[in-house]
Design a protein around this ligand. Structure first.
Ligand code: NAD
Length: 487
């Protein structure tokens, strides 16, 4: 049986490469090759830039209300196709369908809708200067590039393209080579909604295609989601042409569970923040600090619910709530962290093994894993694992836990579980993280800006401020009186 091919999507249609180079994409829950991608070669790359350049002339001159109307149609189509698109995400990522149907496409559509609504609100200002005056215009940047990670492929493509397109820019998007389909589906859907050809092009391939984007002199901005080491390379390369950058990188986020917390709620937060999307979420609270006085009760409920309520298996089965790791290589990496955890003296409470569910025996599963008695110096407590591995640490007082929570070069997210409203604000204001939750974990509505402190990122996605990051201000000074010149 011949394996289907996924082509680059340029100027409103799929485009074949000339090099013939392909990369295989696997379904992580079955280990089967599901299709091959055609890597963007020279011919495709030139066409992507050329069509983006032409499309920018049209799209940037389109009235904002018209851009809004088109993007609202795209959001509606995303919702209409929710089940079909969620299915593709499951096949590419190995995540449970019940999650993809409830979260992935919907949160993408929400963001497209949000920025569509904001598009016509962009206004400049005018100020009199005693005769002369000036005004400002909010102008788009030009050709922007988006580079995505593999954990939320369609959602990331929506989160990057929506503000870019709403502000009148065009975007060339490179999805992860492991999960490229969502972005191509989005490109098709944008065309159907009325977005002009070339406004959203998709180039596919591995890091080398990303590097070409970050180096290209015609690209004004890079919005990147991925690991910290890759992010550093992207910033370095973008600096060669002084591109604007938005960096959404990794985390090692703390959840602080105080002695007055509702224990069931705290367990829910810890489980959501470690086992949702089988632990492959950037904001995960992989360091769970629990006050020593409630440790026993917390651990009892945590272990019971982890052992009883998590159903790993074929992610297309609607009852399954825990999927497979993205690849064999990633499964091995996560297992190597689990081994390090054991070697360095963390107490393995549950999990710690690969899984071979009856209905998905060849998938790259890892059991939800909890380590207790962890200390701050352990590798599993310091490094991002990006898998279902929770480290639980005990603490005794507030100042101590704040200091320990902040003792990391990363700063993506943080959470506090307490019923004391003063403590909640006092503590959260001292935590060095861009996305904070009090008595909650994981919600990321379109309205709320998200992004990292410290090495977890630069700039924000979502929220009103993100639209500004896709515009530049032009000041126009109007001379109404004769120039005074000494020459
Ligand atoms: P990755 O850094 O390996 O790859 C990300 C993207 O960069 C891919 O498309 C890849 O092909 C591309 N790439 C690789 N080398 C490149 C280069 N030199 N120049 C340009 N592009 C290059 O990350 P990943 O493994 O796909 O994703 C997992 C990581 O993403 C985790 O660290 C996770 O925390 C992070 N992440 C962050 C957020 C956030 O919003 N902060 C969201 C999701 C994932």
């Amino acid at each position: 049986m011949s394996i289907p091919r996924l082509q680059n999507f340029i100027n409103g249609q799929p485009m074949a490469n000339k090099s013939g180079e392909t990369i295989a994409v696997e379904n992580p829950a079955t280990g089967e090759e599901i299709y091959h991608i055609e890597v963007a070669d020279e011919h495709i790359r030139e066409a992507a830039i050329e069509s983006a350049r032409e499309a920018f002339k049209i799209w940037s001159a389109t009235p904002a209300v018209e851009r809004a109307r088109v993007l609202h149609r795209a959001a509606a189509l995303l919702r209409e196709r929710n089940n079909e698109l969620a299915g593709y995400e499951v096949q590419d990522c190995g995540k449970p369908l019940q999650e993809a149907e409830a979260v992935d496409v919907v949160t993408g559509a929400d963001v497209v809708e949000f920025f569509a609504s904001l598009a016509p609100t962009q206004v400049g200002q005018q100020q009199d200067l005693g005769g002369d005056f000036y005004y400002t215009r909010k102008e788009p940047l030009g050709i922007c590039a988006g580079i995505g990670a593999w954990n939320y492929p369609l959602q990331i493509a929506c989160w990057k393209s929506a503000p870019a397109l709403a502000a009148g820019n065009v975007m060339i998007f490179k999805p992860s080579e492991e999960t490229p389909r969502g972005a191509v589906e989005l490109a098709k859907l944008y065309i159907e909604a009325g977005v002009p050809a070339g406004v959203f092009n998709v180039v596919i391939g591995a890091g080398e295609v990303g590097q070409w984007l970050t180096n290209h002199a015609s690209i004004e901005k890079i919005s990147f989601t991925g690991e910290v080491p890759t992010g550093k390379k992207v910033v370095e390369s973008a600096a060669s042409t002084l591109k604007d950058v938005t960096m959404e990188l990794g985390g090692k986020s703390p959840l602080l569970v105080f002695e007055d917390a509702d224990i069931s709620q705290a367990v829910s937060a810890a489980m959501l923040g470690n086992f949702f999307t089988q632990g492959e979420v950037c904001t995960n609270c992989t360091r769970v600090f629990v006050h020593e006085s409630i440790m026993e009760a917390f651990m009892d409920e945590l272990v019971r619910r982890t052992q009883n309520n998590i159903v790993a298996g074929d992610p297309m089965n609607p009852d399954v709530n825990f999927g497979a790791m993205i690849s064999k290589k990633h499964q091995e990496l996560v297992m190597s962290y689990i081994e390090k955890g054991k070697q360095e003296g963390a107490r393995l409470v549950t999990g710690g093994t690969t899984l071979s569910p009856d209905d998905a025996p060849d998938g790259y599963f890892i059991a939800p894993t909890i380590f207790a008695d962890c200390t701050d110096d352990m590798t599993i407590v310091k490094e991002e694992i990006f898998g279902p591995v929770m480290s639980v640490l005990a603490f005794t007082d507030e100042d101590e836990v704040i200091r320990r929570a902040n003792d990391t070069p990363l700063g993506l997210a943080a959470g506090v579980m307490t019923q004391d409203v003063k403590r909640a604000h006092r503590v959260i204001h001292q935590l060095q993280a861009g996305i904070c939750w009090v008595n909650s974990w994981g919600a990321s509505p379109a309205e709320m800006p998200v992004g990292g402190y410290k090495m977890s990122g630069i700039g924000r996605e979502n929220g009103i401020e993100t639209l500004n990051q896709y515009t530049q201000t032009k000041s126009v000074y109007m001379g109404m009186v004769d120039l005074e010149s000494p020459f």
